[in-house]
Design a protein around this ligand. Structure first.
Ligand code: ZN
Length: 592
């Protein structure tokens, strides 16, 4: 008999309320330590320990002069380029164009979304996950840009900012000036300013780098590329790397921002963009690889005595097979995180809804995290999938319960989708055509039925008294829906809003007080990136642990907005990683 998990819920409330920002005023007291509960139900890895996928480089002799340090980090940069040459990570860029709002400052006016696999080899290439139709749209949108600013999206858009200079990072092309020592997170760094030599040519890095003082890898680059031509334009970027494999710091986050909103400036271009890179440890997405990668799962007979399957049992096993196929395929494509920490939090919320509504489904409901930013949920069989972006922006546990309850309702109502994926041939496609080959959109009648049922479930649940917050979230979403088309464009499930109008859980949209941006204790939606962090090497998702920061003005709220990255840097094996772990399971530990 399942019961409410008070302990985990208490910890969850902390995790869900204190994340990216918090209203000023009294803080909740006597918070239980989030760590205690989140470690109780660590999923056991049943697979054999994976082999390290990357051997560390040989240790370096301690340099005695800054000149030697420069030589070392130049050498390590070339080593990194070589190490990553056969990798094809997933690259996601989410960009918000900005317009000035007298009250809120720069706010999104519209947005763009790019998702693809990047070939880190010499020939820079980006295969695109987005559908043909969307690509054409993208090209059209970028067409205008490309005329004005030739270089920025070619060849790889924002993702080319992973290196200072892919081909000519050396003393012949650059001058290096030591600035000072500085800590980034737990890592002591040497800071250098880099300027291209006079005749070094166009598109050279100009800015500052941070080099960790143990192996002398670059861990952060901040600057731009210089000597733009008449019709070219280079973005400014802040590019961060994480020590996810011994001896190497892999490019993980890039923040870009352009625009000047001071008086008298005529904005040619104003935007903020986040680029995230993950899936370094994924198999290459080639056709031949696909065939060896796909495992045809046999259906296991778990009954103690040999029994024939009844027609209903056969139907359930069939659906389970489809569900397993899809989740495995999406994980293999780098779109769904392996089972982990965040799933336990999601499952606790689903469990709370189930227990209080006396829901007893034949198979347990599972949850998984879609690694992408666009706000979406969908289910396949009994697995509910929710995107990282959506978990990020939800203000509290009740809002999380609300979006999960819609998918749980589909389940309870038997709206099963995707049984056709029990045929394994339907899993044989290249990673970049995932969105063309999989889809879990319900018909409008099922959507309405699920929303209705979801509200019933919520009203019977521990979240019944907190539905005002859900109402506020939906109101905030409605205010921004017209400007955030790309963030609200779903790729696998039904959208939360269409044509600028929120249609999910509309019965709750009028719930709660009026939305007031000037009320600093009213947090309707959070910025992106405040809750879930992804390990770029093995795709594991975990909750971000941040200290509350008091909001001091309406501009601090930044609902659904893009903000700079400031990851807390740590060395591999220190703090947030298991000291003896192989690179493929570095994120198996919680804590940071
Ligand atoms: Zn639905």
């Amino acid at each position: 008999m399942r019961t409410w998990n008070w302990m985990t819920t208490a910890a969850l409330l902390v995790a869900m309320s204190a994340a990216a920002q918090q209203a000023g005023g009294p803080q909740p007291s006597a918070q239980p330590a989030a760590n205690d509960a989140t470690q109780t139900a660590q999923p056991q890895a049943s697979a054999p320990a994976p082999q390290p996928t990357q051997a560390p480089p040989p240790p370096v002799a301690t340099p005695t002069t800054m000149d030697q340090v420069v030589n070392l980090f130049i050498e390590r940069e070339h080593g990194l380029i070589k190490m990553l040459a056969n990798r094809t990570p997933v690259v996601e860029t989410y960009l918000q164009n900005l317009t000035a709002d007298p009250q809120l400052g720069p706010v999104p006016s519209d947005d763009r979304y790019f998702l693809g696999r990047m070939d880190m080899g010499e020939t820079a290439d980006r295969t695109d996950y987005l559908k043909e139709q969307e690509k054409t749209m993208q090209n059209r949108l970028l067409g205008g840009f490309q005329k004005l600013y030739k270089v920025q999206y070619q060849p790889m858009g924002f993702s080319w900012m992973v290196y200072a200079d892919r081909t000519d990072f050396d003393r012949a092309h650059y001058d290096f000036h030591y600035v000072r020592r500085e800590f980034l997170g737990d890592v002591r760094c040497l800071v250098f300013d880099i300027t291209p030599k006079k005749d070094a040519g166009r598109g050279r890095f100009l800015g500052r780098i941070w080099v960790e003082d143990q192996d002398f890898n670059i861990v952060r680059l901040n600057g731009t590329y210089s000597r733009a031509g008449r019709n070219t334009f280079f973005f400014h970027m802040d590019s961060w790397r994480l020590n996810l494999v011994p001896g190497y710091w892999v490019p993980s986050y890039i923040y870009s921002e352009e625009g000047d909103f001071s008086a008298g400036v005529k904005n040619r271009l104003a935007f903020k963009a986040q680029t995230r890179i993950w899936g370094y440890d994924l198999k290459k997405g080639g056709e031949a690889d696909e065939l060896t990668q796909i495992r045809v799962d046999s259906v296991k007979d778990e009954s103690p005595t040999a029994q024939d399957a009844s027609p209903l049992q056969a139907e359930r096993v069939w659906q389970q097979q489809a569900e397993d196929n899809v989740i495995e395929r999406l994980t293999g494509a780098g779109l769904v995180a392996p089972e982990g920490d965040v799933d336990r939090i999601l499952q606790t919320v689903v469990n709370n809804l189930e227990v209080t509504n006396n829901i007893d489904l034949p198979r347990p409901v599972r949850t998984r995290v879609l690694l992408t930013a666009p706000l979406e949920t969908f289910s396949v069989g009994n697995t509910i999938v929710i995107s990282r972006g959506l978990v990020d922006v939800l203000p509290d546990e009740a809002s999380l319960a609300a979006v999960l309850s819609h998918e749980l309702a589909h389940n309870v109502l038997g709206h099963n989708l995707g049984s056709k994926y029990a045929f394994n041939d339907r899993m044989l496609f290249s990673d970049d055509s995932t969105y063309q080959n999989l889809g879990f959109k319900h018909i409008p009648e099922e959507e309405q039925a699920a929303d209705k049922k979801a509200v019933d479930l919520l009203k019977n649940s521990p979240y019944a008294q907190k539905l005002d917050n859900v109402g506020l979230f939906l109101k905030m979403l409605q205010i921004r829906a017209g400007q955030l088309n790309a963030l609200l464009t779903t790729h696998l499930g039904n959208p939360l809003a269409e044509a600028g109008a929120v249609n999910r859980l509309s019965a709750l949209a009028t719930q709660g007080p009026a939305l007031d941006m000037n009320k600093l204790d009213q947090i309707a939606a959070l910025p992106l990136g405040g809750r879930v962090k992804i390990n770029p090497w093995d795709d594991k998702a975990e909750m971000v642990k941040t200290a509350p920061v008091a909001i001091t003005s309406a501009r601090d709220k930044m609902p659904f907005e893009v903000t700079p990255f400031f990851p807390r840097l740590a060395r591999f094996g220190a703090g947030n990683q298991a000291p003896t772990a192989a690179p493929t399971n570095v994120a198996s530990n919680t804590g940071n």
